[in-house]
Ligand binder design. Sequence first.
Ligand code: FES
Length: 111
Amino acid sequence: MAGTGLEWHRVAADADVVEDRPVGVTVGDRSIGLYRLDGVLYALDDICTHEFAILSDGYVEDGCIECPLHQALFDIRTGEAKGPPANGDLATYPVRVEGDDVLVGVPTGAE
Ligand code: FES
């Protein structure tokens, strides 16, 4: 089905995503990292744009996630690459909370 809509998936319990402790989840083929920063939830692609590393295994520092492999930095709020050797920004996904559930919206028809 072609389309540009969003499909919402429950990925975690709200209480499971805490400050400084990223949570890696999968939605279909996508790996997504969940973050809580100053109380707000964010969802970013979880694979580094440099090589293959799972960013949610890295450290959160000053609003950025640091890649565990070569220490590239990405802004958690925007996905923007902040330092080498990142090869580009990370995709971001909208997040919403319903009751105790965290939902992430992924584009439909775009794999
Ligand atoms: S794999 Fe992330 S910086 Fe190299």
